[in-house]
Design a protein around this ligand. Structure first.
Ligand code: FAD
Length: 477
């Protein structure tokens, strides 16, 4: 009997899992699964303790689901990716593995590890097969007429949709129960991995594949106009909140696409429905970019001249931003949402990122790192893409002279201050008219507020940033 090993990484699900499906294709094979925790590597990648907890809980869930299919899931641990190559080699020997199946990861360290695994196992005569599973379309498959990766999102999205019209990527079912039937999970009990973990709000982010599928269904059932109308309002529950499931692979983007089209068959053409699909295409865009320009994984700015920007060294400013104590209510409420939930609304990610870079003139990589260390949905491609967009260092980024005014952004997207009051209880008494400039109210009414004064004056900060970018640009002219 041949033995097939499925190496799970960020694909913690049994439905529509290309590697798992391929491993189970032959009814005669013995199929086993393995997850390797690499705490040292995770620390280097600044993985959030909340994400570690979510992965841990998801592993327990997927272990149950696999056991029902007759597939044992083993959990192993070693320090980093380098050590995981040797660990995998040993595991394959012990379990007499003939074929290894896994889904690709596209980041540089992950790709180097996988190349090493392929070389090592080749010598051991283990066949290795990888799959493009975490995307709707594989990197390198959506190209310009010159066969290059797009640098601008809109034409990429147009070409992407054209490809979808030619044929949708297949969404595969969970494997059938193996011949021996279900197994007990205590056949391969888990020992918790050695990485800090922090509780996740289970009401907002319930763990497990079934919970993710239920949330996807619920989201796709809402009226099509709702998302375009509500998606920029952080006080409303207007977005899918599926990012954590997509980032950890508890849900696949194909499941999202097929569910959306089932509910709205004209989703590729209907502009109202397409708004959400376009967000999934942003996700694809950033992943495709990472493969075309691997230096992005090394935190290099996409636009070369922006390397010359002289960032400020401002530890106090950075700390105030991280703690939500900048004196700008929308920024602070957003950062407290991040610190508390491990999730932040997209509009607020844009506002807070812009504030760090363009009001405090702090290096965007500080923000990128901090987000990663807090986010449940932390994902190198999307996070890097978002930060480089906000910092004007990326491809198709906001131009450097586009600088959000944090006060007017708050007035626009949290008009009544509902979101601010929720996260900043110290401002609950401030009337709606002053919620975005609470100290004005305090001064007028001789009230004392337990809330910091703005740490920078926006107009001055804006000019300082424009000067810094223009100086860098001149250097390279
Ligand atoms: P929805 O609005 O329901 O969108 C559906 C899905 O599309 C999301 O779950 C996500 O997978 C994808 N998506 C949506 N917007 C984007 C986008 N701009 N770029 C890439 N994918 C997108 N997203 C992450 O998944 N991980 C990150 O680490 C991350 N860091 C970010 C950092 C910054 C500075 C910015 C500006 C954005 C970042 N995003 C990141 C993108 C976006 O903010 C989140 O994906 C979104 O807020 C998740 O909420 P949702 O699932 O309700 O999104």
């Amino acid at each position: 009997m041949t033995t097939h090993l499925v190496w799970l990484r960020n694909d913690l699900r049994i439905n529509d899992n290309y590697a798992l499906h391929a491993a189970c294709r032959s009814a005669d094979a013995r199929v086993i699964a393995l997850f390797i925790a690499t705490p040292g590597q995770w620390a280097q990648h600044h993985m959030a303790p909340k994400q570690a907890e979510f992965i841990w809980q998801s592993l327990l869930d997927v272990q149950q689901s696999l056991a029902k299919k007759g597939i044992p899931l083993h959990l192993a641990e070693c320090d980093d990716f380098t050590a995981s190559v040797a660990l995998l080699q040993e595991f394959c020997k012990e379990q007499r593995v003939d074929r290894l199946f896994y889904n690709y990861q596209y980041e540089v360290n992950e790709r180097q590890r996988d190349a090493a695994v392929e070389r090592t196992l080749f010598d051991q005569k283990v066949m290795v097969q990888g799959f493009d599973d975490s995307l709707l379309l594989p990197p390198g498959s959506v190209l310009t007429g010159n066969r290059e990766m797009y640098k601008v999102f809109t034409p990429f999205s147009r070409a992407f949709v054209k490809r979808l019209h030619e044929g949708l990527p297949e969404c595969l079912p969970a494997p059938d129960v193996r011949e021996g039937g279900a197994i007990a999970t205590n056949d391969s009990p888990f020992k918790a991995f050695d990485y800090p973990r922090e509780e996740v709000d289970a009401r907002l982010f319930p763990v497990g594949e079934q919970a993710a599928i239920a949330r996807l269904r619920e989201f796709c059932q809402q009226p099509v106009t709702q998302y375009p109308e509500l998606r920029d309002l952080p006080a409303r529950d207007g977005t899918s909140r599926l990012s954590v499931y997509l980032a950890t692979g508890v849900l696949s983007p194909r499941q999202c696409l097929h569910r959306l089209l089932k509910q709205h068959p004209r989703g590729l053409e209907d502009p109202q429905v397409f708004v959400w699909l376009n967000e999934l295409i942003w996700r694809e865009f950033y992943r495709h970019l990472l493969v075309a320009w691997p230096s992005l994984c090394r935190h290099q700015p996409f636009t070369r001249w922006t390397r010359g920007v002289k960032w400020r060294d401002d530890e106090r400013g950075l700390l105030a931003w991280q703690q939500g104590k900048t004196g700008y209510p929308i920024v602070d409420a957003a950062m407290r949402q991040l610190n508390s939930l491990g999730w932040m609304h997209n509009r607020l990610r844009m506002i807070t990122a812009s504030f760090l870079v363009k009001d405090l003139l702090i290096d965007w990589r500080e923000g990128e790192r901090y987000f990663m260390s807090q986010l449940l949905d932390g994902d190198l491609a999307a996070n890097n893409g978002g930060w480089q967009w906000a910092a004007s260092t990326g491809t198709d980024a906001a131009p450097y002279f586009r600088i959000f005014n944090p006060t007017t952004q708050g007035e626009r997207f949290d008009k009544t201050g509902e979101f601010i009051r929720h996260w900043l209880p110290e401002l609950r008494a401030v009337p709606e008219k002053y919620i975005h400039q609470p100290h004005e109210w305090a001064k007028k009414n001789q009230q004392s507020l337990d809330y910091p004064l703005p740490i920078v004056e926006h107009k001055h900060a804006r000019q300082q940033t424009l000067d810094a970018f223009e100086a860098a640009r001149k250097q390279t002219d």
